[in-house]
Design a protein around this ligand. Structure first.
Ligand code: 3SL
Length: 241
């Protein structure tokens, strides 16, 4: 039987064998929600990078530069990490370089997997439909916050585990833990994350609209996928079944 597991922080990723596994990177607030929005709105490719320096370099070479640290847009770049800002029609067919506090590191640390895709509530059903049909193991890789575990990514991972309805065997206790947590929170996700650290951080920055948007289910049908160094829309030819 296919197996599923959850890595709750990129600092724990060395515990997992990624070969032969499809990894779903999760950063609900806000990187994977923003990238999904950008791809759904026609951005051509997104190059996730770890450092501000790499992002600056790519901006000098024709990329739109997007940079976020600690929730704030970094000065000197074109954009930050608000999903709402990626709905801009001017971004259609552009190439974006992005660096964020945790999400882009999590993407980098997922390299070595059979395939890396990006999940969020915004493309929840599309992710489920794809994972259901896969012939291989799945690892849900949560970005957390600076190495620590966070609530919103764990909740989404639990939602995926529940949605897959026993099609996968759990490879540790974490899938059952996350599924129980999600069950207890699912009727009001926003109030469930009200006490979380990143919720407070974003609220203090006046970003409640971003939070509300990131908690919406199934706004989009697209699945962003890493191909080499770039993220683009998963196409039929990329599907592993
Ligand atoms: O950590 C990240 O990658 C970001 O998603 C954090 S923030 O929501 O932009 O503050």
């Amino acid at each position: 039987m296919k197996k599923i597991d959850i890595c709750l922080s990129p600092d724990l990723i060395d515990q997992y064998d990624l070969s032969g596994t499809v990894v779903v990177v999760i950063d609900i607030l806000r990187a994977t929600s923003s990238i999904t929005t950008a791809i759904a709105h026609g951005v051509n490719i997104i190059r996730p990078v770890e450092t501000l320096g790499e992002c600056r370099e790519l901006k000098l070479n024709g990329f739109v530069g997007a940079a976020e640290r600690n929730g704030k847009k970094v000065g000197g770049f074109d954009m930050g990490n608000s999903p709402l800002s990626y709905m801009n029609p001017d971004l259609e067919d552009t190439n974006i370089a992005i660096t964020t506090t945790n999400g882009t590191i999590t993407l980098k640390k997922s390299k070595g997997a059979l395939q890396v895709i990006l999940g969020s509530f915004l493309n929840y059903s599309a992710i489920l439909t794809y994972l259901e049909r896969l012939p291989c193991d799945v690892l849900l890789h949560c970005a957390g916050w600076k190495g620590k575990i966070n609530l919103e990514d764990t909740l989404f991972a639990g939602a995926v585990v529940l949605g897959l309805k026993q099609m996968f065997e759990y490879d540790s206790d974490v899938p059952a833990m996350a599924a129980k947590l999600y069950k207890s929170a699912k009727d009001n996700l926003k109030s469930a994350i009200e006490d979380s650290s990143h919720y407070s951080r974003l609220m203090e920055l006046g970003l409640e609209e971003d939070i509300n948007f990131c908690l919406k289910f199934d706004e989009y049908k697209v699945i962003p996928v890493m191909k080499g160094d770039n993220i683009s829309k998963l196409k039929l030819a990329d599907m592993l079944f």
